[in-house]
Design a protein around this ligand. Structure first.
Ligand code: NAD
Length: 243
């Protein structure tokens, strides 16, 4: 049996399936990942540039360096890979999507039960009151030179809803732990599986399918490993499900 059929068989037999997605799923939407040869690590160190420490202590540097990664997400659209996951949900073969991505593309593609465990760049909030605004409005303040941006209601610090390095994990991560506990099958798509604590999740499931261009630390223990582009691999798996 080929690897696509094997993956399809696992999805057919599964009682509860979760997807765990990473930056590699969105490279086909024109958003660089972190660890590919053309990823952000080739010119910044994301752990510093997108850290809580940098945002608080060196806001000018934060908004001239790491913030560019958030600006790059503007106007991007879901690709065939995101659409395939939406289709898998529509045909009852995928229950929840745990995503490390901050680009909102699963939601834009119409997927449901999405758990953005590293937050969401499309929203900003005030650290002192319940004020929230869209990224475009937040960015207008930044582009006008209001650094750090201030809350129009209370004057508190406005910040992105992205989980920065050094931030606590959000409630979506607790939900991801519960989803993983319920699941017997996980399909990992476009993640190097190197960022903790998310990289711990694949250990919890009985059956693991990995779709990633490069090798991951879980390749040797997974049931099926497909080293290919996310959109092509998902498309082939869905065709096998239809057969
Ligand atoms: P990563 O950069 O560590 O790994 C991405 C993996 O995807 C690589 O191993 C690469 O081989 C693979 N890949 C690249 N393009 C692919 C494709 N078309 N099909 C299949 N595989 C492909 O990313 P990660 O594991 O998600 O972890 C790093 C962090 O990156 C996450 O915390 C995430 O928040 C952040 N991030 C998110 C975005 C986004 O929201 N789109 C973009 C950059 C970084």
């Amino acid at each position: 049996m080929d690897i696509y059929k094997q993956a399809a068989e696992l999805l057919k037999k599964a009682k509860y399936t979760v997807a765990l997605t990473g930056a590699g799923l969105s490279t086909e939407s024109g958003i660089p990942d972190f660890r590919s040869s053309t990823g952000y690590y080739s010119n910044v160190i994301p752990e510093d540039a997108l850290s809580q420490r940098r945002m608080y202590n060196e806001p000018k540097r934060f908004y001239s360096e790491g913030y560019k990664i958030l600006k790059d997400l503007e106007g991007k659209k879901p690709n065939e890979g995101h659409k395939s996951l939406t289709k898998l949900q529509e045909i009852g073969k995928l229950n929840e999507i745990i995503t490390q991505n901050i680009d909102d593309l699963h939601q834009q593609s119409g997927s449901v039960n999405v758990l953005p465990v590293h937050g969401d760049a499309s929203i900003a909030h005030c650290e002192s009151c319940d004020f929230e605004e869209k990224f475009q409005d937040f960015d207008e303040r930044v582009q006008k030179g209001q650094i750090p941006p201030k809350c129009p209601n209370c004057g508190g610090l406005l910040r992105t809803n992205v989980v920065l390095f050094g931030d606590a994990m959000p409630t979506a991560f607790e939900k991801a732990l519960s989803a993983t506990e319920k699941a017997d099958t996980m399909i990992v798509i476009g993640s190097s599986l190197r960022v903790m604590p998310v990289a711990y999740l694949p250990r919890q499931v009985e059956h693991l399918i990995i779709i990633n261009k490069d090798m991951t630390p879980y390749d040797s223990t997974a049931d099926v490993v497909i080293h290919e582009s996310a959109s092509k691999a998902l498309n082939k798996i869905i065709r096998c499900l239809d057969e």
